[in-house]
Design a protein around this ligand. Structure first.
Ligand code: FNR
Length: 369
C-alpha cells in the first residue's frame, strides 16, 4: 500500500496486522492478563483536556528539544522493543533509517533481532541511540555486551536498565500462538530466542534474564561496567521515582508499565507523572523524566509534555509502522505524529516545546488523590 494514504496510527496498525504473521501480531499486540493497562495507557490521555489560548502568533513552531543534553528534532523517541525482524526484514536498522530525517532518538532492545553494530550502520551523524539492558543471570554476558556498546560511544549515548519485567507478564495472545512454529530471526545480541509449547515469544525471550536486581547492588555493579549515563525504565510510583533520584549516576527515568505487557492494572505513566508532581516535584529538576505507553496521537504526546515529561516513547507504533511498510512505514508513522504534534501545539498557542506546561491542560478527570 501507498504509505501516504494512511492517515493515522490506527490505519497503519490495521495494514500491518494484515501483512505480518499471526504469530508476530500476537507477540506485538499482546499485553498482560485482560489488557487493562494497555488500553488505559491510551484512554487516560483522552480524559485530559487541552486549554488552547488564542490570539497568539503561531506562524512558526519549533519541535526540537534535548534528551540528556543531545539535540533531537522532536520530543518523540522509539522505545526498546524486541524482535523487529519478525515484522519486516528491514528490522531495527529499518526503524533507525525511518526516523533518521526527524532527528529522533531510538533505544535498542537487549533482545533486538540485529546486532547493535548492524543497527547503527549508515545512521546519520548526530543521530543518537540508547541501549536497553536486561541483566542476565550469567552476568558476564551483560558485561561483554556493555563493552561492545561502550566501543560505539559516537552512537550509543546512554544505557537503559529495564526494571518493570523481572519476570514476563501473562500474555495470552502470545501464549496461544506458541504452538505455531515460526523461524525467529536469530538475535545475535545476547541469547537465542527459544520458542516451544507453552511459551510464546515473550516468555522465550525472557529465558536467562535476572530477577534478583536491587537498588542496593545493581546500580553500583552497572556503574562499574559503563561510563555512559544510566536511565531506569519501568518506574510506576512516586516512591521509586524518588529513590531513582538519590543515585547520581541515574540521569533519566522512564515512567512505563511496559505497554501493559507486565503487570496488568499497573498505572499508566500519566498517573505516575501526576504522583511525582504532587509528592516529589524536585525529581523533575534532578533528572529527566521520559514516558511511554499508549501513544496514538500527537495530542497524547503534548499532554505528557505538559505534565513534565521531557520526551515520549512509542513502542508498538514503530513496530507496526515497520510491519506496514518497512523503513518507509516507520517514516510515515513519525511523519504523522510529528505533524499532529505541530498542529496541536500551534492550536494551543505554543511555539516551542519548553513553553508547554500544566496551564495548557485540565487533568482533573484523571487525578485520583
Ligand atoms: C516491548 N517493550 C520492551 N521494553 C524493554 O525495555 N525491552 C524490550 O525488549 C521490550 N520489548 C518489547 C516488545 C514489544 C513487541 C513491545 C510492544 C514492547 C516495551 C516498550 O519499550 C514500551 O515500554 C512499550 O511498548 C510502550 O507502549 P506502546 O507504545 O507499545 O503502547
Amino acid at each position: 500500500p501507498n504509505m501516504q494514504n494512511l492517515l493515522n496510527l490506527d490505519e497503519i496498525e490495521e495494514v500491518a496486522t494484515k501483512q505480518i504473521s499471526k504469530k508476530c501480531w500476537a507477540y506485538y499486540y499482546s499485553a498482560g492478563d485482560d489488557l487493562i493497562s494497555k488500553r488505559f495507557n491510551n484512554l487516560v490521555y483522552k480524559q485530559i483536556l487541552l486549554r488552547p489560548r488564542v490570539f497568539v502568533d503561531c506562524s512558526k513552531c519549533d519541535l526540537s528539544t534535548t534528551m540528556l543534553g543531545y539535540s533531537v528534532g522532536l520530543p518523540l523517541y522509539v522505545s526498546p522493543a524486541a524482535m523487529a525482524r519478525l515484522a519486516h526484514p528491514d528490522g531495527e536498522r529499518g526503524i533507525a533509517q525511518g526516523i533518521s530525517s526527524f532527528g529522533a532518538c531510538q533505544i535498542i532492545s537487549n533482545n533486538a533481532s540485529m546486532t547493535p553494530e548492524q543497527i547503527v550502520e549508515g545512521s546519520l551523524p548526530g543521530q543518537i541511540f540508547g541501549w536497553q539492558l536486561y541483566v542476565q543471570n550469567t552476568r558476564q554476558k551483560s558485561v561483554d555486551m556493555l563493552k561492545r556498546i561502550n566501543k560505539m560511544k559516537d552512537k550509543y549515548k546512554f544505557i537503559v536498565l529495564t526494571l518493570d519485567a523481572p519476570v514476563p507478564g501473562k500474555r495470552e495472545h502470545d501464549e496461544r500462538m506458541s504452538s505455531v512454529g515460526a523461524q525467529l530471526p536469530s538475535p545475535s545480541a545476547v541469547k537465542k530466542a527459544r520458542d516451544g509449547p507453552g511459551g510464546g515469544v515473550g516468555k522465550s525471550l525472557f529465558f536467562g534474564t535476572a530477577a534478583d536486581l536491587t537498588w542496593k547492588d545493581t546500580l553500583k555493579w552497572l556503574e562499574q561496567q559503563t561510563d555512559l549515563p544510566i536511565v531506569l525504565k519501568g518506574l510506576q510510583t512516586h516512591e521509586d521515582a524518588y529513590m531513582a533520584a538519590q543515585f547520581p549516576q541515574v540521569k533519566a527515568i522512564i515512567l512505563s508499565n511496559h505497554g501493559g505487557r507486565a503487570l496488568d492494572t499497573a498505572p499508566p505513566a500519566v498517573h505516575t507523572l501526576l504522583e511525582i508532581r504532587k509528592y516529589c516535584p524536585e525529581v523533575f529538576s534532578r533528572l529527566e523524566v521520559w514516558v511511554d505507553g499508549g501513544i496514538k496521537r500527537g495530542t497524547d504526546v503534548v499532554k505528557a509534555l505538559c505534565l513534565g515529561a521531557k520526551a515520549v516513547g512509542v513502542g508498538r507504533a514503530a513496530l507496526f509502522g515497520l510491519g506496514a511498510g518497512g523503513t518507509e512505514g516507520v517514516e510515515r508513522t513519525f511523519e504523522i505524529l510529528k505533524a499532529e504534534i505541530d498542529t496541536c501545539m500551534r492550536l494551543l498557542g505554543v511555539d516551542k516545546v519548553s513553553d508547554l506546561g500544566p496551564k495548557h491542560i485540565n487533568s482533573r478527570a484523571v487525578e485520583r488523590d
